[in-house]
Design a protein. Structure first.
Length: 219
């Protein structure tokens, strides 16, 4: 599938930005579009690292923002990852919308976030913002959850699970969950009311082998 095939479903400004970098979608991206990504469908995308999951999230979030339907929040597990995404998104989409990062003091409500469109944050920080009753929460149109398999993490999983449960009760938003490794994808997709996207394509072939006596034997 080529970018031009979905030109009618993507806001012009977003299409122009993407058209400078990509011409053809990767397999997981094509599957996501065919499953309703650009129509507001909840998706659970389970594909290998570097297979193109981030662009899937960007398409959903930026489309909602540019169509005036609301904000997009991108939930990540680590502050370092939030900083990386913030730099990337601001560089790529800063001329189209206001991008913010909120990873600081969990005791602060960060009211200035009401002025921003695309918000990158951690699950702990967003949980705190909800408990502070930040009014802009109700303006969320797209919820993106990176590394969603951490729902199974003993220390961080409960916060993420409760956060997603609360968010889905407060706002009617599209959920796009991303992961490279999920042990029970069908069960998780059902819980999220999402369509499951699975694909094993990766940009570099993954080979397995055994290293012994200075040599690697592949199998």
């Amino acid at each position: 599938m080529h970018l031009s095939d979905v030109k009618a479903k993507i806001p012009k400004d977003l299409y122009d930005v993407l058209n400078e970098k990509i011409k053809q979608f990767r397999p997981s991206q094509e599957k996501s579009i065919n499953a309703g990504l650009l129509d507001g469908q909840n998706l659970l995308v389970c594909t290998p690292t570097a297979s193109g999951k981030t662009l899937i999230a960007e398409l959903a979030g930026m489309k909602a923002i540019l169509e005036g339907r609301g904000k997009a929040v991108y939930i990540v597990p680590l502050k370092a990852l939030a900083s990386e995404k913030f730099r990337d998104f601001k560089d790529k989409y800063g001329q189209l919308c206001k991008v913010a990062m909120s990873i600081g003091d969990v005791d602060k409500a960060d009211p200035q976030l009401s002025k921003y469109d695309f918000i990158i944050t951690t699950s702990e920080k967003l949980d705190s913002l909800m408990r502070h009753h930040s009014p802009w929460i109700t303006s969320i149109a797209v919820i993106i959850v990176d590394e969603v398999h951490l729902l199974n993490d003993a220390s961080r999983g409960p916060t993420l699970e409760i956060l997603l449960t609360m968010l889905r009760q407060v706002v009617k938003a599209q959920v796009v969950a991303l992961s490279a490794t999920i042990g029970n994808p069908h069960e998780l997709a059902t819980w999220l009311d999402a369509r499951l996207i699975e694909d094993d394509w990766r940009p570099v072939e993954l080979k397995k082998g055994v290293y012994m006596n200075g040599e690697v034997t592949f199998y």
